[in-house]
Every structure is written in structure tokens, then in C-alpha cells.
Design a protein around this ligand. Sequence first.
Ligand SMILES: C[S@@+](CC[C@H](N)C(=O)[O-])C[C@H]1O[C@@H](n2cnc3c(N)ncnc32)[C@H](O)[C@@H]1O
Length: 426
Amino acid sequence: MRIDIMTLFPEAVAASLKISILGRAEKKGILDIRCVQIRDFTDNRQQQVDDYPYGGGWGCVMMAQPLKSCLDHIIGDAGERRRRVIYLSPQGKTFDEAAARRLAAEYDHLVLVCGHYEGVDERFIEECVDEELSLGDFVLTGGELAAMAVTDAVCRLVPGVLSDEECFTGESHWEGLLEYPQYTRPEVWEGRSVPAVLRGGNDAEIRRWRRKRMLERTMEKRPDLWDRRELSDEDEALLAELLKERSRRPLEEPVVCRPVTEADVEAVGLLFRQAKNYLRKNRVDQWQDGYPNEDTVRGDIDSGEGYVMTCGGRVAGYFCLSARPEPCYDAITDGKWRYEGPYTVIHRSCIGAEYRGTGLSERLISAAEELTRAMRIGSIRVDTHRHNEPMKKLLRRCAFQFRGNVIYQVGEGHDPRRQGFEKGLK
Ligand SMILES: C[S@@+](CC[C@H](N)C(=O)[O-])C[C@H]1O[C@@H](n2cnc3c(N)ncnc32)[C@H](O)[C@@H]1O
């Protein structure tokens, strides 16, 4: 496969295409990637490639003549080939894996034209370009990044560039699915284990597990791809299994709620970090200011208000249950608390990443309710960030009700707005 990239910045483009896998394939003679300076083909002494747009307006437009002369030179040099001239443009069809496969299969010479400034004279596109490709619905300052993306995606599909066809046929987008999750050593990292099936060595089980994960993550991350799929009978059976598994994964018994001790501090710190990552990923500006941390847990140990949830002996969840009134709750707006008299407050509740979807959160809330009852207190309050949808859903599932908005003390630059929820205990 020969690729000529017509650009005003050939050195910059070449620097990133002549290395690693593509660089090695070029040395083996499988690829021939050339970056051609458009400026070398001007017919004026100043080597000017652009000029003002007719009709006025902002910026400059690349002239047709240097582009056409550059293209003629490339074609003359390459000779008769299955060729496609592509202009990288925000107005083109969005480039995707299907386009990469088509270009790799149907052509052995691609000429990629990189525009700059306001773009290129329309007459060059009409006269010389076979198709326009876009990297996405946004505007770049030049076509170089798009040309590099197209070159990379096409070239890795050229036979011999990767060691084996399987290197790309199993990957995301090959058959309209996203790839399964990948893991490498160590076996446990930040408290997260590599799934047992991948360590078990049973090839059939591994294949099955991977296929399920492909279906699962495509459904979750890319519903647009998912909706376009025809499901095979085998995929449908796997999907049914998956939905059943997801409806409730079993918890390792016994599930116990007990006061936190110094020996648990590190494990709880890990739960906090996982919860912070989860909130950050979901763009919830809660717990992003350093709070809570291991010192917060030590404070809870001193006040006797911290509790861990353990599953099969492992620390799996944490919360603080305080019978001290929360001062910011007195200033509730847009509603009011319903239950008079003493109440408990749940703070810092979280569960480990691997326990999501197991029902542990509900068990944590009911443990807090039991403790509140044991204190002979009739209601519980809790607040959560106004964008923390998973927490709000959980509270509603556990029969808490929204009462109004409160402002919590948080680090500077973070969003202090919280929603207050309440539940009366019979
Ligand atoms: C600033 S852009 C010109 C945009 C043009 N005036 C328009 O509004 O359609 C300059 C050059 O960057 C390249 N470019 C910009 N966005 C691109 C995208 N999304 N995909 C591919 N190339 C792009 C094109 O080669 C284009 O000629």
C-alpha cells in the first residue's frame, strides 16, 4: 500500500508515521508512506500557497494550482494503480472502521490531501478529489491529524502489517461490537482482581465470558452501535444469561455490619478512592476535594460513628451514622423536613466497585436503619450531590423522600449544592 500525504507540514506528519508498527512495516516494504510538501509545487517566487477568499471574509484559502501540480507529480511518480484521492474535511463522511476496511481492500494507492486555513479552493475538490472524509463533527486547524488517523487505521489492516489477522478481527468495531476488557499483571491492583475466569485457563469459558462482555459494554457504552446490530442466536442466549446475572449478582455471605477499627482504615481508604473515581467519571462534583480520606475514618473511629459492611470477611462498604444534628440541614430550602425530634444522618456511604449491582448498597442502608432503631431514634436524613443520580435512585428504592436543598461545606471551587432526603422509621 502506498500513501501520499499532501501537506504543508511533511516533517511533523512523517515523525509520527515512521515509528513503531507502521515504521517496521515500511522497512519490510509492505507500506510506502510519503509526506509531500505542497509548497514545493507553487508557480510563484514567494512559494505562496494561499490567497484571500473571493467575496471577502475571514482567513485565506489554499489555491488550486499548487495542489493540482503536487497531485500530478504524485500520480506521475506512482503510475497506474488502484488509486483514491481523498480530501480530509469536516464536511466529509465520518471516517470509521468500515471505511478503513474498504480503503485497505479496494485500493493500493491513497492520496490524502490536507487543507489548512479556511480550506481549499472548491474547484480543486470538484476536479481532483474522489471522496471527502471527516474525523468527526468538529473543526481542526488542518487536515494532518485526520490524515494520520486514516493512514494508521488503514495501514494496520494491510496484510503483513500486524503479525496476525486476529490482531484486528477481534477488536472494537470490527463486527460492530466493542472489545471485551483486557487485563495484565498484577493479579490484584488497588483492590481490584482480574476476573477469575481469565485465570482459570478454560479456553471455551474465556471465549464465552469475553463475548458476553462485548455485548454488555456495547449495549452500555454505545447504544447507537447496539441498535444497529442483528443478534445471532448464540448472542441472544448470552444476552439472556447476562441480563439474569446482572439482575442480582450473589453476595458472598455472611454480610455483616460492624464498627470500623484501625485495621480497616486502609481498606476503607480504597473504597473512598473507588467511589471518587466513579463520581468523577459520572461528572458528579462530590468528594473531589480530598474529602473523605483515611483521617476522616480515624475521626469516625474516635467518635464511634463509623461502620464497615463486610462480605465473607472482606471490607466491602462503609458509612458513618451520626446522631449529632447536621447544622446545614436547618437551612433547608425549597421544602422542609417532615419528622420532628432527633434524627440520625448517614455520611460517607460507599461500597467497593466490585459490589455494584449486588444489593450491598440496600443492605448498607438497612443496617443504618437498624442502628437508628436501636438508638430509639425515629428518622434518618442523608444528603447527596444534586447530580448524584445513582445515589438518589438508591435512596428512593429504599423509601427515602426528597425534602429540599441544602448547602454543604466543601472545598473551594467545588459545587456545594446537595439534595436532602429523609425516611421515617416505624
Ligand atoms: C479550519 S479547517 C477549514 C474548515 C472549513 N472552513 C469549513 O468550515 O468547512 C482547515 C482544514 O482542516 C481540515 N479539517 C478540519 N476539520 C476536519 C475534520 N473534522 N476532519 C478532517 N479534516 C478536517 C481540512 O483539511 C480543512 O481544510
